[in-house]
Design a protein around this ligand. Structure first.
Ligand SMILES: [Fe+2]
Ligand SMILES: [Zn+2]
Length: 486
């Protein structure tokens, strides 16, 4: 391994050093940071190595650009933290590799500053670079996982040298302890901390809707969904962005819900089994769903600590007479509307925990489920994350001071008024063979009362998928279909 070039420091200016290269006699002005890593604080008369110029192996050489590094380049455009549906596939065609244009070592800041050819600049603290070394010693290549444990990490680690490859695709660092790390320009570009591109599944730009979904809801054919990966990808993306999609099964035989579940991964099992049959019964119904009465607006199984992610409802038989329409409301849209119109009510509903319960006896015997959720739960960025509404499973227990009870009910009423306002409701009477699929943590649904007669009943088969599995399938398909750039 070659040693770094040696320089005699002649004069130390504000941000640069006038130095003489030992062995060649040439004199040049270089940024102070080039020399400081090996020499500590440079002083005239001191000999220093140049960390930015010395090739360590024949594969690498200095390609450091000599133009001055302007702080203006660090002014960054505002970057949205959401990814829109329209841009997902458009980005897929942009497969160009990234190249570095500049790399600078800011020893005082304990970071490396990198610029790419698109002008973007990013600082990378040494500790993060060392922690995320992708060499075979630090990262298990086939397990895709870090193989160095945290106690081995020196949080004050510094590089002793670095260099840029000829093709400007790699930076290689040699650390003080002799370990070598290499960072690919395209790989490093992905990890720009708070400037990173939004994530496909974690940062979607949602499309909010109201009653107009009646005309715009997207339809899919179940046979195509089963055969075509593009169709499956599109359906999951639709579920993610809009929160709802209609699948035409073309069949009224049982088992269609399981077909969808197996196509994604597997269904979520509950106390009611892998799928549940919702049939109108005249007597002895164990759940209000099994009657022909109005089913108030709710999300399913909110009495669980982790209610199901997505709902799949297959219509096997529909009531022939009046009624039986399903109502769907975009809960996130309503939550945001409430935040704008009545911030106090919004605040109460995001901070007051309710208790929900379900007591029954079904597929796996007796059960007693109980959980706590606020009506609107927010994620760490303050965005609506889960809606928890269920009048039939709402417990009398409210663990708040009595003086806060009336304001809570007023807040819940303000939210509820939106859920029953026809202008917000997508009303749809399922046709036999239809499968309605929707995000159970976002879409609040209910059912209009209907008539049953001795010759006409109503039969739905329902099941659940989890967002972990839907997101996972979306990610796998995204790569499989060649959409590599998110
Ligand atoms: Fe339901
Ligand atoms: Zn390593």
């Amino acid at each position: 391994m070659a040693t770094a070039r040696q320089y005699m420091i002649l004069q130390h200016m504000k941000n640069s050093i006038y130095a003489s290269r030992i062995g060649s006699g040439s004199k040049q002005k270089v940024p102070a940071s080039w020399l400081s890593v090996l020499a500590g604080r440079p002083q005239p008369g001191k000999v220093a190595g140049c960390n930015g110029l010395a090739p360590l192996t024949t594969d690498y050489a200095a390609t450091w650009t000599r133009r001055s590094y302007t702080r203006k380049a660090e002014v960054r455009p505002h970057q949205s933290f959401v990814v829109s549906h329209e841009t997902v596939k458009a980005k897929a065609t942009d497969k160009k590799r990234k190249l570095y244009t500049e790399v600078r070592d800011d020893t005082d800041m304990e970071q490396l500053t990198v610029q790419w050819e698109n002008g973007q600049v990013q600082e990378y603290p040494y500790i993060w670079l060392r922690d995320n070394c992708r060499c075979e010693e630090c990262f298990h290549q086939s397990a895709f996982s870090r193989s160095v444990s945290f106690p081995q990490l020196d949080v004050d680690i510094r590089p002793s040298q670095f260099r840029l490859s000829y093709d400007r695709q790699k930076i290689e660092l040699q650390w003080e302890d002799g370990h070598n790390s290499s960072y690919d320009a395209t790989w490093l570009y992905k990890y720009r901390f708070d400037q990173s591109s939004p994530d496909l599944t974690l940062d979607p730009k949602l499309h909010y809707w109201a009653a107009e979904l009646q005309d715009t809801i997207k339809e899919y054919d179940l046979d195509e969904l089963t055969k075509s990966d593009e169709c499956l990808y599109d359906w999951i993306l639709q579920m993610k962005i809009v929160g709802m999609a209609l699948v035409k099964a073309g069949s009224t035989s049982e088992g269609q819900v399981i077909r969808i579940g197996n196509r994604v991964s597997f269904l979520r099992c509950t106390d009611y089994g892998y799928t549940s049959h919702v049939k109108a019964k005249y007597q002895d119904a164990v759940n209000i769903a099994f009657t022909n009465k109005i089913f108030p607006m709710h999300v399913d199984l909110v009495f669980l600590g982790r209610p199901p992610g997505a709902n799949i409802i297959h219509c096997i038989e529909q009531a022939k007479g009046e009624g039986g329409e399903n109502w769907f409301v975009d809960g996130f849209n309503m939550a945001e509307e409430l935040r704008r119109e009545d911030p106090e009510a919004f605040d109460i509903l995001t901070n007051t925990e309710l208790e929900f319960f379900d007591i029954g006896n079904d597929f796996y015997g007796k059960f007693h489920q109980r959980s706590r959720h606020p009506t609107i739960s927010l994620d760490s960025r303050g965005r609506p994350d889960h809606i928890n509404v269920s009048d039939h499973g709402r417990d009398p227990m409210l663990r708040i001071p009595a003086r806060k009870i009336q304001p809570f009910y007023k807040a819940l009423k303000a939210f509820s008024n939106k859920l029953y306002d026809p202008k917000n409701i997508f009303s749809y009477k399922l046709k036999e063979g239809d499968i309605m699929t929707f995000d159970n943590r976002r879409v609040i649904h209910g059912r209009r009362a209907f008539e049953t007669t001795t010759s006409s009943s109503r039969h739905l088969e329902t099941g659940y998928l989890e967002w972990d599995e839907l997101d996972s399938r979306l990610r796998v398909l995204h790569k499989q279909l060649g959409y590599h750039n998110l």
